[in-house]
Design a protein around this ligand. Structure first.
Ligand code: PTJ
Length: 249
C-alpha cells in the first residue's frame, strides 16, 4: 500500500482508496469498482464526509428490521465491500447470526472464490454464494445468481453498494432490503426499504453499535414512523444547504 501520512487532512478517504487498489491487486475487487468508489467519494464530499442525522435514523430503522426478520437475514458482499470492510461485515453477521453471501456484478468464478477465501481468512465461518443454485426472477445479469438457502430464501437482505435493478427485483420477491449507498438519488436508494446514505465504513460501525445496544437491552426499538422517502429528502436538503453555504464563501 502507498504510505499516506496520518496527518494528511484526507487520510481516511485516501486509505479507503488504498484498500480498493489492494483489493484489485488481490483479485477481489473489479477494476470497475474503482469507478464506483469514485462516485461514492464524490457524494461523501457533498455530505461533508460525516454521518448525517438522517443516516443515523435510517441506521436505527435498519437495526430494527434486521433484528426482527422472520426468516434468516443475509448480508450480500461484493468486491468493494470485501476490500473495504471485511471485519465489519463479519462482525455484523455474527451479531445477527446471518450468513454472508458473495454476490457480484462483474462475475467470474475465480473472483467469487477469492472473495470467499478473503472473508474466511478474516474469520468468517459461513460464506455462501459459491453454489448459486437459484436465480432472482427478472434480472438477466450475473447478480441474479444466488444461493437458494441464502439470499433467495431470506426475508431481509442487507445489500450495500447494490445495483438498482437487483434491489427492485428483491423487493418484487417480497423481501425487505436494507442498503448502504452514498448516492441518495440512486435507484437502489429510492427502491430499498431502508436506505442508509453514508459511507460503508461509518454506516457499518454505527449499525454494529446499534444492534449490540438493542440486543443488550433485550428490546428492539421499532421506528414505526420511519419513511424512507422523507429520509432521502432530508439528505438531499442537507446537500443543497451545504452547496449554498459553499457558494457564499
Ligand atoms: O464486485 P462487483 O462485481 O459486484 O462490483 C461492485 C460494484 C460496486 C463495482 C458494482 O456493484 C457497481 O457498479 O455498482 P454501482 O452501480 O456503481 O453502484 C455503487 C453505488 O455505491 C454507487 O451509488 C456509489 O455512490 C455507492 N458507493 C461507492 N462507494 C461507496 C458507496 N456507498 C457507500 N460507501 C462507499 N464507500
Amino acid at each position: 500500500m502507498f504510505r499516506i501520512p496520518k496527518t494528511h487532512p484526507r487520510y481516511k478517504s485516501l486509505m479507503k482508496r488504498e484498500k480498493i487498489v489492494a483489493g484489485i491487486e488481490a483479485g477481489i475487487t473489479s477494476k470497475q469498482g474503482l469507478i464506483a468508489h469514485g462516485r461514492g467519494e464524490a457524494f461523501d464530499y457533498l455530505i461533508g464526509e460525516r454521518t448525517l442525522p438522517a443516516a443515523m435514523r435510517a441506521t436505527e430503522a435498519a437495526a430494527a428490521l434486521l433484528l426482527t426478520a422472520q426468516k434468516p437475514v443475509v448480508i450480500s458482499v461484493n468486491g468493494n465491500v470485501a476490500a473495504l470492510v471485511p471485519e465489519r461485515v463479519i462482525a455484523l453477521g455474527e451479531l445477527l447470526n446471518a450468513p454472508l453471501e458473495v454476490n457480484i456484478f462483474y462475475w467470474t468464478e475465480e473472483r467469487v472464490m477469492k472473495i470467499k477465501e478473503h472473508l474466511e481468512q478474516h474469520g468468517a465461518t459461513n460464506v455462501l454464494g459459491a453454489k448459486a443454485d437459484a436465480r432472482i426472477p427478472g434480472i438477466e445479469h450475473a447478480r441474479a445468481r444466488v444461493d437458494y438457502e441464502g439470499i433467495y430464501s431470506a426475508d431481509v437482505v442487507l445489500a450495500p453498494l447494490e445495483d438498482g435493478d437487483r434491489c427492485e427485483a428483491l423487493i418484487a420477491m417480497g423481501k425487505k432490503v436494507v442498503t448502504i449507498d452514498l448516492n441518495p438519488v440512486s435507484r437502489t436508494s429510492k427502491h430499498a426499504t431502508v436506505s442508509i446514505v453514508d459511507d460503508i465504513e461509518r454506516a457499518l460501525k454505527n449499525l454494529i453499535l446499534m444492534v449490540k445496544e438493542q440486543k443488550k437491552k433485550g428490546k428492539v426499538k421499532i421506528l414505526a414512523d420511519y419513511d424512507n422517502e422523507d429520509n432521502l429528502r432530508a439528505v438531499i436538503n442537507e446537500i443543497v444547504k451545504r452547496l449554498k453555504e459553499e457558494e457564499l464563501r
